[in-house]
Design a protein around this ligand. Structure first.
Ligand code: CO
Length: 299
């Protein structure tokens, strides 16, 4: 088979909304005419938002069932607590990978200096769907500090990648993902050209959060706050114009589509409406547990 660069199928403008207790997010999926990019159910770009002392807000106790949440922080500090007794503080460059499976209750709150003295919060949260056979699995939690996320710069110095999941430039990620996906953070200098192979069967998207990139064989401009969804091919082509005043920061996500029916409601993503009703009943009955001072309650 000959090599074919994936064309840009569509450009999506993120819409801005408030999440949790009122922090601003830019959200390119889901939007009205794009409910998901299978297996990705949601993509939130958190901030960047500058909070004053004592002002920062997050997402107090809430449940999830049926998918995985992946949080990648660039700036600030967030504290995670959940009903399985996990407690962790995420700082710049850290990744948290939570498999909600059958159900978990967690909180995601600003922490430390960010809360007491104010500062900038900036990061991402992606929801990765689970196949029907894994939706009711035991919840699982992985935390990967920035120092353990492989980072490599290409010999020409124009491309640096942090490999959060999957592989790029010959480097493999250390996270064990239930639904195999690729999650890459590329820093591209002016004049950079990149060709990232991804299996033809995968869905691929790119989100630009600084600068702008030229995507696909037709060099379609993708600006800050925009997501490009790619069509069929065996690699993704990205470039930054040599005359660009600055480089670009980009996330690339790829995964095999599950191709299953999707029923979703708020923090739950299942296959049928009946399973959503069950999730709501289970949560209300306390069967997803509760956070009690970071100590297990449901076990
Ligand atoms: Co959550």
């Amino acid at each position: 088979m000959s090599s074919m660069a994936r064309p840009v199928q569509r450009i999506v403008d993120a819409h801005t909304t408030l999440e949790g207790a009122g922090f601003p997010v830019r959200r390119p999926i889901p939007v009205a005419n794009l409910p998901q990019v299978d297996p990705f159910l949601l993509f939130d770009h958190l901030g960047p938002v500058r909070w004053g002392p004592g002002e920062a807000v997050g997402a107090p106790d809430h449940p999830h069932r049926g998918f995985e949440t992946v949080t990648y922080l660039l700036e600030g500090q967030m504290e995670h607590k959940d009903s399985r007794g996990h407690r962790a503080v995420l700082g710049p460059g850290d990744v948290q990978w939570m498999t909600a499976g059958a159900g978990i209750v967690h909180s995601e709150l600003p922490h430390g200096e960010l809360l007491s003295q104010g500062g900038v919060l900036h990061g991402f949260q992606v929801w990765v769907n689970l196949p029907a056979r894994d939706k009711m699995m035991e919840p699982r939690y992985q935390e990967v500090p920035a120092a353990r996320i492989p980072r490599v710069t290409r010999a020409d110095g124009k491309v640096t990648v942090r490999v959060i999941a999957g592989q790029a430039l010959g480097v493999h990620a250390r996270i064990d993902t239930r639904t195999p996906i690729t999650y890459l953070h590329f820093s591209l200098a002016p004049g950079a050209e990149l060709s990232q192979p991804q299996a033809v069967t995968e869905n691929v998207l790119v989100y630009v959060f600084a600068g702008h990139v030229l995507a696909g064989p037709e060099a379609v401009m993708v600006r800050e706050g925009q997501m490009a969804v790619f069509g069929q091919g065996d690699h993704v082509r990205l470039a930054v114009a040599a005359e660009a005043g600055r480089g670009a920061e980009v996330l690339l996500l790829a995964g095999e589509p599950l191709g299953e029916p999707l029923a979703r409601y708020g923090p739950f993503a299942m296959n049928t409406p009946a399973e959503i009703q069950q999730a709501i009943r289970d949560y209300r009955a306390g069967r997803m547990g509760a956070i009690v001072g970071g100590v297990h309650e449901n076990q």
